[in-house]
Write a protein that binds this ligand. Structure first.
Ligand SMILES: Cc1cc2nc3c(=O)[nH]c(=O)nc-3n(C[C@H](O)[C@H](O)[C@H](O)COP(=O)(O)OP(=O)(O)OC[C@H]3O[C@@H](n4cnc5c(N)ncnc54)[C@H](O)[C@@H]3O)c2cc1C
Length: 407
């Protein structure tokens, strides 16, 4: 009988926690290392300030390890327009014969559910502490912490944008400043959000209102210049409500309440490789960090996780470093593509000159009328054709109709 293979995962954020549970389900022994157990972040208007948009693909992966969190809000449509434009883009789930385009989930309850499951799983050992070294051998990898070291067949680094593993291994990592910072908060609105994600591209940066499960409440991600941020943080609640209502052109009426305002620096970043050593993989924000304008960050991390699982499944339980080469190539390519796309969008929408604005508007107007192209864009954002087929089947059992409308 073969010995149980051992995987050490550094970083128990959303991506690391999910991959730990999914790999344990496949019969591996897991050590999950983090600095500390996750603690809930600040709340506002009764919900977590930190929210993420989750695709169908991400939901499917999460549901393979824990129950779907009851507090997630659904979004059935997405409406995108710009400060200087007359045209807008409208994506609707019904165009794909689906119930929803995705979900907006509070981060804290999801992380809590994942960690409760981890704590209740005997084959997952949790280790808390700061990592100090990564030693690489031919048949194993060793992670050094202050009090002990852990030897394993594979090390997966899901330790976020400032990955300690990536730094210890001195993996070259390129960063691209965005010139923007993100202001995040939760707001109450006069009118219902209509289960729609609203995004307006302002010259200063995109403003997104993401629908929560309460019809008059949205989480906000407002990317903007440092100068605007300072003004928006200094404003009283009443002033801020007025500013943000105007910035969204009162699409949801007036913003009537606002929670604590938080800010995050925004930069895009990419490690040179997803497999810096034969037995070390980088996933999630440890591999790449993208601008939040498309709500893709954690979804790309879950895609990395699915690619690791696919590689492991294809090796039938063996952890041969060569078996991860395809994973590493694919995830690097996808990351490069997404980074370019998001940088391009940021530059395109930051151009104030009338000619660019005119060209942009024509483009947006055309895309909005091209059902086929819109469906392809939605497909990509939802997490892929295969997953969509499954969702369509689950939604109404009418797979052929859904497929027929896709192509
Ligand atoms: C303003 C904003 C809005 C966003 N909105 C969205 C959205 O709508 N949709 C979306 O998909 N994404 C969004 N994102 C991105 C998303 O939050 C990240 O992509 C995601 O949280 C990354 O998950 P992760 O598990 O890879 O890393 P993290 O969540 O950063 O987790 C890393 C874990 O590693 C641990 N760790 C770090 N260093 C060490 C170390 N040296 N030793 C041990 N442990 C360590 C940390 O404690 C943490 O638990 C947004 C980001 C921002 C900034």
């Amino acid at each position: 009988m073969q010995p149980t293979r051992h995987i050490v995962i550094v970083g128990g954020g959303l991506v690391g926690a999910v991959v730990a549970l999914a790999l344990q389900q496949r019969g591996f022994r897991i050590s999950l290392v983090d600095r500390a157990r996750p603690t809930p972040g600040p709340q506002g208007l009764g919900i977590d300030i930190r929210n993420v948009a989750l695709s169908h693909g991400s939901r499917q992966l999460i549901e393979s390890v824990v129950d779907w969190p009851g507090q997630a809000g659904v979004f059935k449509a997405m409406h995108v327009w710009e400060q200087w434009g007359v045209n807008s883009l409208h994506f609707a789930a019904r165009d794909l014969n689906l119930e929803s385009l995705g979900w907006i989930s509070e981060v804290a309850p999801l992380l809590t559910a994942l960690w409760q499951k981890i704590d209740a799983t005997p084959d997952i050992e949790t280790v808390f502490g700061e990592i100090g070294s990564v030693q690489h051998g031919v048949d194993s990898v060793s992670l050094g912490l202050a009090q002990r070291s852990i030897e394993a067949d594979l090390l997966i680094a899901s330790d976020g944008a400032r990955s300690g593993v990536r730094n210890l291994l001195q993996v070259p990592t390129q960063t691209w400043p965005t010139g923007q910072v993100a202001l995040t908060t939760v707001v109450a609105t006069e009118q219902s959000h209509q289960d729609t994600a609203w995004q307006r591209f302002l010259l200063d940066g995109p403003l997104a209102f993401l629908p929560s499960k309460h019809k008059h409440q949205c989480s906000v991600v407002w990317s903007q210049s440092e100068q605007s941020l300072q003004a928006n943080l200094a404003a009283s609640d009443a002033e801020f409500c007025q500013r943000i209502s105007q910035a969204l052109e009162y699409r949801l009426g007036a913003v009537t309440e606002v929670a604590t305002r938080q800010s995050f620096p925004l930069q895009q970043q990419l490690a040179q490789t997803a497999q810096p050593r034969p037995r070390v993989l980088l996933i999630g924000d440890a591999l790449r960090v993208v601008h939040p304008l498309a709500g893709l960050g954690v979804n790309l991390g879950f895609e990395d996780a699915r690619a690791v699982l696919a590689a492991v499944d294809a090796m039938a339980g063996q952890l041969d470093p060569a078996g991860f080469a395809k994973f590493a190539r694919q995830r690097l390519l996808k990351s490069q593509l997404m980074l370019r796309l998001l940088s391009g969008l940021q530059v395109l929408y930051g151009q104030p000159d009338p000619l660019t604005s005119w060209v942009r508007n024509i483009g947006v107007g055309r895309v909005n009328k091209m059902g086929w192209l819109k469906r392809q864009l939605m497909l990509e954002a939802l997490g892929g054709r295969e997953l969509l087929k499954e969702s369509a089947t689950a939604a109404d059992g009418n797979l052929s109709d859904a497929e027929g409308r896709l192509i």
